[in-house]
Design a protein around this ligand. Structure first.
Ligand code: FAD
Length: 385
C-alpha cells in the first residue's frame, strides 16, 4: 500500500515535496561518510543551490519563491529524512530569510541586496549568537563579543560557538555588546580578514553541520551593518524556528520507515514469517505511529495557524514552542523504538539507526529548551486563570 501523507494538501506542496525527496535520496547516500569524517557537506549545499532550495523563502519581488511557513516545514522535514545535518544547517538559512521577510528587521536596501545574492549566487546566512561564556542566547546573557565605534562603522571582537553552516558562509549575523549604549546589537558581517573559524565541532551527533567556533578580531563593519538593536527587534512570533522540530521529526520518520521495512523483511529461522508478525514488534510499530502522528499533527497545525492568522502569531508562541518540545522528545522515543524493533543489528555502523540515535539527541539543545517551554505554558495558564 502506498504511503499517503495527509499533510501534503495540494499540487504545489506535492511538487515541492517531490523535488526535496529527490535531493534527500542523494544526500542519504552521503550522510554516513560526512558523519564519520565530521566533514561539512559542501556537495549537498551545491545540490541545494542548483535545485533552487536556497531561495525558497525569499520574497517573490526579489526573485524567490516566497513559500509559506507550512511549506517550509514540509520541505525541511523531507530533507531531514535524507540527512539531518544538512537539513538543520540549511534550515537556519531558509528559516532566517523567512523570519526577516516578515519582520523586515534589516535596512530594506541591504535585505534586497542579500536576497538577490541568494537568488543569483546561492548566498546563505545564519545567526551566530551562542558563546562559550554566555551559553544559549535565549537565556538573556550579555554577549562577550564587543563592538567599538570607529570612523565610518564599528570594530567587532569576540568568539561565537555553535556556528552552524560557518564553513559555507560568506556573511553572517552576530550579536555584540555596545558598551556605550549598554545595548546588544545585531550586525551583518562579511567574511574578511580578522574572521576565522576554529574547527571545534566534534560532537556525538549532527556532526556534519559545521557548527564550529567563529572568531572575530577587530573586524570592521560599516555603519549600515547594524541591523537592529536587540531592544528594537520586531517579533513575528518566531514561526521560523519550526524548522528545528521539522528537522528532528524528519530524522525520526526515516528511522520509522527503516524499522518497519526491516520488520517486514527480517525472517530469522526460528520463525515461520517476518518479525513484523510478532505481537511485541507490532506493538513497537504502533508506538512509533502514535508518537509520529501526534507530533506531526501538532507541528503542522501550528504552522498552518501561523500562516493563516497573522494577528495570532505572537499569541501562538507557547504552541509554537510546545511543537518543538514535543517533536524533539518524540524523535528520541521513535528512534529508540525503531532500534528496539531492529534489535542488536541497530547498533552497527553499517546501518543508519545509530547515527539517527545520536543526531536526534542534539534537538534537546536547540531553542527553545524544554524548561523554557514549560515556563511559557505555565505563565500563560496562570495569566488566564
Ligand atoms: C546542532 C546545534 C546547532 C546549533 N546551531 C547554532 C547556531 O547556528 N547559532 C547559534 O547561535 N547557536 C547554535 N546552537 C547553540 C544553541 O542555540 C545553544 O546555545 C547551545 O546548545 C547551548 O545551549 P545550552 O542550553 O546547553 O547552554 P547553556 O545556556 O550554557 O546552558 C547549560 C545548562 O545550564 C542551564 N542554564 C544555563 N543558564 C540558564 C538560565 N539562565 N536559566 C535556566 N537554565 C540555565 C541549561 O538549562 C543547561 O542545562 C546550536 C546547537 C546545536 C546543538
Amino acid at each position: 500500500m502506498k504511503n499517503i501523507d495527509y499533510f501534503v494538501r495540494n499540487e504545489k506542496e506535492a511538487a515541492l515535496v517531490a523535488m526535496v525527496e529527490r535531493l534527500a535520496e542523494v544526500f542519504a547516500g552521503r550522510a554516513a561518510k560526512h558523519d564519520l569524517e565530521g566533514s561539512f557537506p559542501f556537495d549537498n549545499i551545491a545540490g541545494l543551490k542548483e535545485a533552487g532550495y536556497l531561495k525558497l523563502t525569499v520574497p517573490k519581488k526579489y526573485g524567490g519563491d516566497e513559500i509559506s511557513l507550512y511549506e517550509m516545514v514540509l520541505a525541511q522535514e523531507r530533507l531531514a529524512r535524507g540527512d539531518g545535518s544538512t537539513a538543520l544547517a540549511v534550515g537556519w538559512h531558509i528559516g532566517l530569510v523567512h523570519h526577516y521577510r516578515y519582520t523586515r528587521d534589516w535596512p530594506e536596501e541591504l535585505f534586497e541586496r542579500f536576497c538577490r545574492d541568494v537568488v543569483a549566487e546561492g548566498a546563505m546566512i545564519n545567526h551566530f549568537s551562542s558563546e562559550p561564556k554566555t551559553g544559549s542566547p535565549t537565556r538573556g546573557g550579555r554577549p562577550e563579543t564587543v563592538v567599538e565605534e570607529t570612523e565610518g562603522g564599528w570594530l567587532i571582537t569576540g568568539r561565537k560557538s555553535f556556528s552552524t553552516l560557518s564553513p559555507a558562509l560568506d556573511q553572517f549575523i552576530v550579536s555584540a555588546y555596545m558598551a556605550d549604549e549598554d545595548e546588544v546589537g545585531l550586525f551583518f558581517v562579511r567574511k574578511q580578514d580578522g574572521v576565522s573559524i576554529e574547527e571545534t565541532w566534534n560532537t556525538i551527533g549532527m556532526r556534519a553541520t559545521g557548527s564550529h567556533d567563529v572568531l572575530l578580531d577587530h573586524v570592521f563593519v560599516p555603519s549600515d551593518a547594524l541591523l537592529r538593536k536587540k531592544s528594537e527587534t520586531k517579533s513575528d512570533g518566531d514561526g521560523w524556528l519550526l524548522h528545528i522540530p521539522a528537522c528532528y521529526l524528519g530524522i525520526a520518520y526515516a528511522a520509522r520507515d527503516f524499522a518497519v521495512n526491516y520488520a517486514q523483511n527480517y525472517r530469522p529461522n526460528s520463525l515461520p514469517g517476518p518479525i513484523a508478525e510478532l505481537p511485541h514488534i507490532e506493538s513497537q510499530i504502533g508506538i512509533m505511529e502514535e508518537k509520529l502522528i501526534t507530533a506531526r499533527t501538532l507541528l503542522y497545525s501550528v504552522a498552518d495557524r501561523w500562516d493563516k492568522h497573522p494577528d495570532q502569531r505572537i499569541a501562538l508562541q507557547p504552541e509554537r514552542a510546545l511543537a518543538k518540545k514535543v517533536a524533539t522528545n518524540t524523535a528520541l522515543e521513535i528512534v529508540d523504538a525503531a532500534m528496539r524493533i531492529v534489535g542488536g543489528a541497530s547498533l552497527s555502523r553499517s546501518l543508519p539507526l545509530e547515527r539517527w540515535y545520536r543526531d536526534v539527541r542534539a534537538g534537546l539543545h536547540n531553542p527553545p529548551m524544554d524548561d523554557s517551554v514549560l515556563k511559557l505554558l505555565a505563565k500563560r495558564a496562570l495569566l488566564e486563570s
